[in-house]
Write a protein that binds this ligand. Structure first.
Ligand SMILES: C[S@@+](CC[C@H](N)C(=O)[O-])C[C@H]1O[C@@H](n2cnc3c(N)ncnc32)[C@H](O)[C@@H]1O
Length: 237
């Protein structure tokens, strides 16, 4: 596996603070609108009961939190992120959608959640775990805050394995995406960090083992859109 990029929390938070104003636009453009579908799929796959209490780690601009309350009747979400600029935009969206009573956003670290033990029915993380310097510690925190049999959904980028699609995608991901990202976000390295961090992330079979080793069972990895993204589902033991 290639060397992992620098994931010092202050560096990562600073990077997201700087790209926050263009983050949603770039997500939609660079994923051709698929990001919304991936988040909705994660919510559906969790199959949560009405009124579920959910914690969304690395919540960013709160898109997954919004998809959760939109997809599960009476659900409440606590979104946690250490980038205040991302949270600010998330809060504007939550208010504009009139969802303040069901989504709360707080500044915090995924490895030290401001949440009571065994108090959540589910935890979600979309495109965040790859950025966490100590992902195992974040998974341990998730296991701590979930009730027994609570559910976990993680969305993370993968790499397609179908030969032609793989070549095309890797070209797009390594060259076109960083170039478009650099121009639109006006940040020199954030969108080069993206492919580098995806390449350094453990492949699905390995990541499933890591999830399992932190107190989860029934771990599944579902490839979405040819494996560009993987949806990991697990249950707390
Ligand atoms: C790629 S964004 C994903 C945002 C959102 N979940 C989404 O689906 O669009 C990653 C987010 O993870 C946050 N993040 C990374 N490491 C974190 C950590 N250790 N604790 C809290 N937030 C973290 C960043 O600040 C950023 O907002």
């Amino acid at each position: 596996m290639p060397d992992a990029p620098d994931k010092t929390p202050t560096r990562i938070a600073g990077m997201f603070d700087r790209i926050a104003p263009r983050y949603d636009l770039l997500n939609a453009v660079l994923s051709l609108g698929l990001d919304r579908r991936w988040r909705n799929r994660a919510v559906n796959e969790l199959a949560l009961a009405p009124g579920a209490r959910v914690v969304d780690l690395c919540t960013g601009t709160a898109d997954l939190a919004m998809a959760t309350v939109g997809g599960v009747a009476g659900a409440t979400v606590l979104g946690v992120d250490f980038s205040s600029a991302m949270l600010r935009i998330g809060l504007q969206k939550v208010k504009a959608a009139g969802r303040q009573s069901v989504i709360r956003l707080v500044r915090g670290d995924a490895t030290r959640l401001p949440v009571e033990t065994a108090s959540c029915d589910a935890a979600t993380i979309a495109f965040g775990i790859r950025n966490v310097a100590e992902p195992e510690k974040a998974l341990e925190e998730v296991a701590r805050v979930l009730r027994p049999r609570g559910r976990l959904a993680i969305l993370e980028f993968g790499q397609p394995s179908i030969p032609g699609i793989r070549t095309l995608y890797l070209w797009y991901f390594r060259y076109l995406l960083p170039a478009v990202g650099r121009v639109v976000s006006r940040h020199n390295s954030a969108y080069s960090y993206l492919p580098a961090s995806v390449q350094a992330f453990p492949p699905p079979p390995e990541f499933m083992k890591i999830i399992e080793s932190r107190g989860f069972s029934h771990v599944r990895a579902v490839p979405l859109t040819f494996g560009i993204v993987y949806l990991y589902i697990a249950e707390k033991i």
